[in-house]
Design a protein. Structure first.
Length: 267
């Protein structure tokens, strides 16, 4: 029996994490396999230039003539962020609120482990789990680039994986904190999903309407996507993503102190 909340949380997440990692790796490799056909299309630049300006800017179509630009448009700014957010938010909502709804959180709270330590260990386990997905993404991008000649360097692949990892961690921790405060998994998912949607709207509207560009840096989506993510290098905005996760975790630390689990669970 595990006495360490961090290790037990990782142990409980292991099967789902393996499946998610494999799925992400396969998705990236399949997309990489499409690149030679796209690259060899005649008049590719002319085709992209025929699209409306707003669409070209939103998806950065001009950059799709390179391997990094292709993966950015096809995966790293669309499907992959959604997958990292779904995993992070789902994991975070289950971490505390899920245990409370199942009636297992009270077993932790009657041990010598403090409520704040439970929150820290749960957040650390979430961060490690999302990082494993990031490692799988990095490995698949690097291998896919080598096999299918996308020209993506190891630092570029690492930067792109890091951006999405930090994004998943930040909103996952937000779901964890919301669950710790409310004790309801559905509420935790709703809060984090709404925040992620709002962040994406701020990012997207800034691309389409120049007068809203000044708002973009406040969006975690922009902080992760700015300049890439593939090919952006190590951006200072990544520090904001990490800092946001730390601040939200600190906010949630006292949430379990004095919690009457028996009453909350019965309600």
């Amino acid at each position: 029996m595990f006495r360490n909340v961090f290790l037990k949380s990782l142990h409980d997440a292991r099967r789902g994490l393996i499946g998610w990692s494999i799925a992400i790796a396969v998705l990236v490799l399949l997309e990489c396999a499409l690149w030679p056909s796209v690259r060899d299309m005649p008049d590719l630049k002319e085709l992209y230039s025929s699209f409306p300006e707003q669409l070209r800017k939103f998806f950065n179509l001009e950059a799709m003539t390179t391997g990094a630009g292709f993966l950015n448009a096809e995966l790293f700014t669309l499907l992959l962020p959604a997958l990292f957010l779904v995993y992070g938010i789902g994991h975070g909502a289950r971490a505390v609120a899920g245990e409370e709804e199942r009636g297992t959180l009270e077993l932790l709270l009657v041990t010598p482990v403090s409520g704040s330590r439970i929150v820290v260990d749960k957040a650390a386990a979430l961060a490690v789990s999302v990082t494993v997905l990031g490692v799988a993404l990095f490995a698949a991008t690097t291998v896919g680039s080598l096999v299918f000649d996308l020209g993506i360097s190891v630092p570029q692949a690492a930067g792109g994986a890091l951006a999405l990892t930090l994004l998943g961690i930040e909103f996952g921790v937000l779901a964890l904190a919301a669950g710790a405060v409310t004790g309801r998994r559905g509420t935790a998912v709703a809060i984090a999903a709404t925040a992620a949607t709002a962040a994406y709207v701020v990012y997207a509207i800034g691309l389409i309407l120049p007068r809203f560009e000044a708002w973009q840096p406040y969006s975690p989506i922009y902080q992760a996507f700015h300049g890439g993510p593939l090919g952006a290098g190590l951006q200072l905005s990544y520090l904001w993503l990490a800092a946001g996760a730390v601040v939200v975790t600190l906010f949630a630390l006292p949430a379990l102190d004095g919690r009457d689990i028996s009453t909350a669970h019965a309600g």
